[in-house]
Write a protein that binds this ligand. Structure first.
Ligand SMILES: [Zn+2]
Ligand SMILES: [Zn+2]
Length: 259
């Protein structure tokens, strides 16, 4: 399974990072997770492109996770693609229908499948997905992904697993949800001195990672506000005072083989 960070920024653009988007690939199966501003450019920079992704899964409906949805719909239509599946938490149908109400000329351009998902397990675009509610200012789901095709007959510890925290405070149940993941992508929006709800700081994330005592491969930090610019070393040091695992910052375009 391959994970590509299309956008590692948040709601305040910096010029260096697109908003949130991840691309998962396993064989011919592809899944776009979140679709914030700039993510279509990020996708166009990959060999897959927006032509090659027909399914999007949303973590929640904040603008920095959904604002390129209409851009994706139009680009696929113009590229001659005929369909798109958009899945996400309850309200996803209303969100997309609302976008199409505003952009009326986009109605009926694509064969659109809208699907709402809840915490629990489901399969989407060749991936087995588990979902869990996060702690955020809007209803939001974290997701745990394994390729459906690999899982048949494979032993548990041989299944490549990626968990995406989406937007959330750090809490132990979420780290436990990621237990066994080769890659855990976690919100780390701000450095320590920013007093913030709904997102973690590095020291709180480090404390939580250790307290949960989960078996994790590498942790990638993402969803970075401008406040984090030039502060990477300091943030990793702060996190590392509480957690001794492998932690790195994600960056736009970074592509990781997950095995
Ligand atoms: Zn966000
Ligand atoms: Zn959010």
């Amino acid at each position: 399974m391959r994970l590509t960070f299309l956008g590692t920024g948040a709601a305040m653009p910096t010029g260096d990072r697109f908003q949130t988007g991840l691309l998962l690939e396993s064989g011919e199966d592809r899944l776009l997770v979140d679709c914030g501003s700039g993510v279509l450019h990020g996708l166009a920079r990959t060999p897959v492109g927006y032509e090659g992704v027909d399914t999007v899964l949303l973590s929640h409906h904040h603008l920095d996770h959904v604002s390129d949805l209409p851009v994706l719909m139009k680009a696929r239509w113009l590229a001659g693609e005929t369909d798109l599946t958009i899945a996400g938490p309850p309200g996803t149908r209303e969100l997309v229908e609302g976008l199409l109400d505003v952009h009326e000329y986009m109605q009926d351009r694509l064969d659109l499948t809208l699907r709402e998902v809840d915490p629990g397990a489901f399969t989407l675009s060749g991936f087995d997905v588990a979902a869990m509610e996060t702690r955020h200012s809007m209803y939001c789901l974290a997701y745990r992904f394994t390729p459906a095709a690999v899982e048949d007959g494979a032993t548990d510890d041989a299944v490549p697993t990626v968990t995406f925290s989406a937007d959330t405070e750090a809490f132990e149940e979420l780290v436990a949800f990621a237990d066994g993941s080769a890659v855990f992508v976690h919100d780390c929006s701000f450095p320590d001195e920013v007093d913030v709800d709904n997102h973690p700081t590095p020291s709180i994330l480090g404390e939580t990672l250790t307290a949960a005592d989960a078996d994790l491969g590498r942790v990638y930090l993402t969803h970075r506000y401008p406040h984090t610019d030039g502060r990477h070393e300091e943030m990793l040091d702060s996190l590392g005072e509480h957690y001794d695992g492998d932690v790195r910052f994600a960056s736009d375009g970074l592509s990781v083989d997950v095995s």
